[in-house]
Design a protein around this ligand. Sequence first.
Ligand code: IPM
Ligand code: MG
Length: 355
Amino acid sequence: MKIALFAGDGIGPEVTAQARRVLETLDLPGLTLFEGDVGAAAYRRHGHPLPQETLDMARAADAVLFGAVGDFSCDDLPRDLRPEQAILGLRSELGLFANLRPAAGFPGLEHLSSLKPDVARSIDLLVVRELNGDVYFGAKGERDSKGGREGWDTMSYNEAEVRRIAHSAFRAAMGRGKKLTSVDKANVLETSRIWRETVIAVAAEYPEVELDHMYVDNAAMQLVKSPGQFDTIVTGNLFGDILSDQASACVGSIGLLASASLGERQTEYGTFGLYEPIHGSAPDIAGQGKANPVAAVLSLAMLLRHSLGREAEALRIERAVEEILADGVFGSDLGGTASTDEVGDAIVRKIVTTS
Ligand code: IPM
Ligand code: MG
């Protein structure tokens, strides 16, 4: 079993260091860990945010654990050298088209949400975001126009792209509450018309799943108004980027939420995937011991579940996290005083004592 660890920038190294400690505590036989450079750190060392050796390392691994990329120092770089290209490049080069972003409240932390506690408590949803297409990867550029320089991007989805993410979403919904909401803007966009028609066609293969459709503006409103109505949401790359951040804020802290990006490649142990916290590199708090390592640790749990077939260990980690949060061990982002290391210590201690 091989895990590639790409810590990246900002708080990425601090939070993945805690995930690494948790992994070492589990002491899985036959596991090797490789570390590679991504983001601004890789740009400084190799002149590119996603060096070839990093990509090769990912391809040779059974799973990738990713920290975060992004740094103020790169704000003036051309787009293809910016740290964000590391994660976008990994997603497209590795064919990771299905992004799973679960958002569920942690008991006792409802007060952190900007929503009323009983509304926050009702959240238990999964955003399935398409990750290889849409306006993110379409042709784009700059041209002259009557109004001066004009930036342009292309949004598109073909049926094959929609079909495969729809299958991922229906399968995910089958493992949850069997309710799927497809989010689009079919009243305006041709992309969304094809999206909706294709999702409806795929639904015929999943008669047990209740499917409904929502325009993205309405979905954004419903997410804050009554998030409890959602079980599984499937949507495109751009809408999914926005709605998954919104869902995490409804839960309370972006520092608690993990994600998995999966493709079609099967390994000896499971589905190859990349796992990363939803939060970014937060360069403003980097190196201060303030970062919340929970999302990185929960990303490791998802990695063990989906890519290494280690459900028992995934559950052990998730239980340990729930318990330390219930014990009140958390940092300033959740109104507590624990440092990044102290949260990591507490998780490791729970895992050792419950083994
Ligand atoms: C995310 C991030 C990325 C995205 C950025 C860093 C390119 O916001 O993973 O949600 O837009 O997909
Ligand atoms: Mg985002």
